[in-house]
Write a new protein. Structure first.
Ligand SMILES: O=C(O)CCC(=O)C(=O)O
Ligand SMILES: [Fe+2]
Length: 298
């Protein structure tokens, strides 16, 4: 689904100033997996990695960017503090992020209500779980891919054909783990969604529009009535094309929100806590390899 005519609450260029910072500044934000001396496991910076199918860098920030330190709960990586660049180095950026995050939460809550109504459910069916939610605001940069980044990647993990031409995958096919994702693309195409017809469809960037992807949680919670949107990002090949930026807001409940079957919908499942679902999903990504022991399941 695409929401049109929706100007961003702050110009996205202001958020993307993050990618102008010198590496010595962004290095301080790296997740522990990439910089073992850092304490942040879940929030923070993920750097470019050669020899991996995806070639992207960016920052994952949590609710503390918008709501302050009261949203940080120690002892669980999912509720840790977001490491941020110093205000003096990027003046106004934290306030812009906070503004954007809050606007996406308001929009997200309205979409939850619309989805509930569309399913014939009471409007507030989903909303209570989002009190103290752990939504992630992710800034993404996909640089033009240099040839050396392909070395060591198995060809079938990176190359595919689309409409008869070979294309590289900068983000492999996946579904997001949250409820919905509000995705803003900045100028450069590449996003594709898998249709019911089994074909990949381009989702071109449009000014002032947001792509809404349904996540795995929404699919589970509705007993499969709403299917998660499988999507991927294709590149222009080695050394080709333009750098791409996108801003994803993964709208997510609280870690301890109990997700249980909804009486009016078909589909039985064992109730689970949202935090357990998201942690299990994260542990499947290569950048979290070996970190499973850092979170206790409830
Ligand atoms: O960059 C994009 O357009 C999509 C990013 C994405 O799918 C993700 O981060 O989960
Ligand atoms: Fe995604």
């Amino acid at each position: 689904m695409i929401l049109d005519h929706l100007p961003p609450p702050v110009p996205v260029e202001r958020l993307l100033r993050l990618f102008d910072l010198p590496p010595e500044v962004t290095h301080r934000l790296w997740r522990q997996k990439f910089a073992p001396g850092n304490s942040n496991v879940y929030r923070g910076w993920f750097p470019l990695q050669d020899g991996r199918p995806t070639y992207k860098e960016g920052l994952d920030s949590g609710p503390d960017i918008a709501h302050g330190a009261t949203r940080v709960r120690h002892g669980d990586p999912l509720t840790e503090a977001t490491p941020l660049p110093p205000e003096a180095i990027l003046p106004g950026w934290q306030a812009d992020m906070a503004c954007y995050y809050r606007a996406m939460e308001v929009l997200g809550l309205n979409l939850l209500r619309s989805i509930a109504r569309a399913l014939g459910l009471p409007e507030e069916t989903f909303t209570p779980a989002f009190d103290q939610g752990i939504s992630t605001l992710r800034l993404l940069h996909y640089p033009v891919r240099p040839a050396h980044s392909f070395i060591g990647v198995e060809a079938d993990k990176i190359w595919t054909t689309h409409q008869g031409r070979a294309v590289d995958l900068v983000a492999a096919p996946h579904v997001d783990s949250g409820f919905i994702t509000l995705l803003r693309q900045h100028g450069v195409s590449g996003l594709q969604a898998l249709g019911r017809d089994g074909a990949w469809h381009d989702v071109p960037p449009r000014p002032d529009s947001l792509v809404v992807n349904f996540g795995k949680l929404l699919e589970r919670w509705t007993g499969g009535r709403i299917k998660a949107t499988k999507h991927r990002v294709i590149g222009a090949g080695s050394g080709e094309g333009r750098a791409r930026h996108s801003i994803a807001f993964f709208f997510e409940p609280a870690v301890d929100a109990l997700i249980a079957p909804i009486n009016q919908l078909e589909g039985e499942f064992d109730p689970f806590l949202y935090g357990d679902l998201v942690w299990d999903a994260m542990m499947k990504f290569v950048e979290f390899e070996g970190l499973d022991h850092l979170r206790q399941r409830t």
